[in-house]
Write a protein that binds this ligand. Sequence first.
Ligand code: HEM
Length: 135
Amino acid sequence: MLESMRLYPPVWGMSRRAVEDCVLGGYEVKGGTTVFINQWAMHRDPRFFENPEVFHPERWADNLIKKLPTFAYFPFGGGSRICIGKAFAMMEASLLLAAIAQKFRLTLQPEYPVVLQPSLTLRPKHGMKMLVTQR
Ligand code: HEM
């Protein structure tokens, strides 16, 4: 799940508006400016993730999450506005996945076009048509 949300973060970007002039990481930011922070880009940054485009869940095995700098991986945001549903969402997704995968095998239909749609949340534009077979 950590790896799925690394490559396909449901919240792929967030923004903040500066209430007054300030300096952020050496950049002067005028009051009223909107600053974007982008999970999609950070999660694919080779400084933090080896072979970033490759789906490799094992990369998380050795407690990678604890070794990453803050905001290298932030599918649930961070700081004072961090997602309050984080623990619930992770638990729910794990339980659902385990319950479904125990009984069924899901196979994406061959050649099905998985097109990403970066709306408010990231989603597959045409859904993902699966063949469902009983295990
Ligand atoms: C995979 C599932 C989820 C993802 C990826 C996600 C992601 C996020 C992110 C990135 C933020 C921060 C937005 C920002 O700082 O601008 C956020 C905030 C929030 N999330 Fe989630 N979320 C998820 C599930 C949930 C669930 C299940 C709930 C409620 C049960 C929830 C409730 C909230 C609330 C209330 C905030 C606003 C917190 C605040 O501003 O103080 N989220 N979420």
